[in-house]
Write a protein that binds this ligand. Structure first.
Ligand SMILES: NCc1[nH]cc(CCC(=O)O)c1CC(=O)O
Ligand SMILES: [Zn+2]
Ligand SMILES: [Zn+2]
Length: 329
């Protein structure tokens, strides 16, 4: 069996993923909570641009997530924030066995066996230059080397126990490379692949880059993230990743790109469509609430309803802890 289009099992191997394959109403099972893990094991440091969010050390994950799991948290996405391990040109810290993500996956799968754990796959949190891939000497992207490296990182996360790997780098061809390496190493039936397919170059990523210290040290990401005005390129990217073996297609950011979410659902009804309500959307909503513009619960629920209405069956949001209190089930 070598044809990637024959691989379906990973899509429903984990029970948390089965509801994602249905038309959705807004429930707790639709939420994936993105969290930041540092390599300072006892750390809990606030993120100034993201109120109520912290960078957590592995030793603090039980106190952080235990209460949320008890309230119905089904799924998390991990981002590594190396503060001790040094950054280099190829992002070696990404799959360092003592790095934050690998340690956290192992801990979480052991401590909370039913919790679905996704690992974001990218290099920007780990490279000295802050770009999402490996660079040529002239500072342009070396796509081929980047894709090889990202596939190795994804494999390391799968081997550590991740239920899903989610490449956010936007290199060309990384979905096929990752699906192949998972297949070759015996993970294709149980590790799913969520592609950040339509990821636009956005000003709403600011707080995240602050959280991860991952802003590019020069230039921007416009040569690999999608142009804001281009619906047609987004549609090509969705189809491409669907054909390369993605199990879940994502649109990101959320609110400014709901037209693309609807397109994604119409064009690929056979895939779960994920929407990422990103850091800048979180900050915008939170700061407006602080300024008395609206009630936080009403406003956040309205944004999530707009996403399910557009076709999302899975939503990544930093409001997840609040939503676990707000939603009945
Ligand atoms: N590969 C980087 C990455 N992974 C997730 C996010 C954004 C998440 C958010 O803003 O909440 C980004 C943004 C970027 O391009 O810097
Ligand atoms: Zn990146
Ligand atoms: Zn399709």
């Amino acid at each position: 069996m070598s044809n990637i289009s024959s691989l379906l099992h990973a899509t429903y191997h984990h029970p948390a993923q089965r509801p994602w394959a249905k038309e959705r109403e807004l429930t707790k099972s639709l939420l994936m909570y993105p969290i930041f893990i540092t390599d300072d094991p006892d750390g809990k440091t606030p993120i100034d641009s993201m109120p109520e969010q912290y960078r957590w050390g592995v030793n603090r994950l039980e106190e952080f997530l235990g209460p949320l799991v008890n309230k119905g948290l089904a799924s998390v996405m991990l981002f590594g924030v190396p503060v001790k391990i040094e950054k280099d040109a190829v992002g070696s810290a990404a799959d360092d066995p003592k790095g934050p993500v690998i340690e956290a996956v192992k801990f979480l799968k052991n401590k909370f066996p039913t919790l679905h754990v996704t690992c974001d796959v990218c290099l920007c949190e780990y490279t000295s230059h802050g770009h999402c891939g490996i660079l040529y000497e002239d500072n342009t992207i070396n796509n081929e080397l980047s894709v090889k490296r990202l596939a190795d990182v994804a494999l390391a996360y799968a081997a550590a126990g991740a239920d899903c790997v989610a490449p956010s780098d936007m290199m060309d061809g990384r979905i096929l490379a990752i699906k192949r390496i998972l297949l070759e190493n015996g993970y294709s039936n149980r590790v799913s692949l969520m592609s950040y397919s339509s990821k636009f170059s956005s000003s709403f990523y600011g707080p995240f880059r602050d959280a991860c210290d991952s802003a590019p040290s020069f230039g921007d990401r416009k040569c690999y993230q999608l142009p804001q005005g281009s619906r047609m390129t987004a549609l090509r990217a969705l189809s491409r990743d669907a054909n390369e073996g993605a199990d879940i297609l994502m649109v990101k950011p959320g609110m400014p790109y709901l037209d693309i979410v609807r397109d994604a659902k119409n064009l690929h009804p056979e895939f779960p469509i994920a929407v990422y309500q990103i850091s800048g959307e979180y900050a915008m909503l939170y700061r407006s609430y602080e300024a008395g513009v609206f009630d936080l619960k009403d406003a956040v629920l309205e944004t999530l309803e707009s996403m399910t209405r557009a076709g999302a069956s899975l939503i990544l949001t930093y409001f997840t802890p609040r939503l676990l209190d707000w939603l009945e089930y």
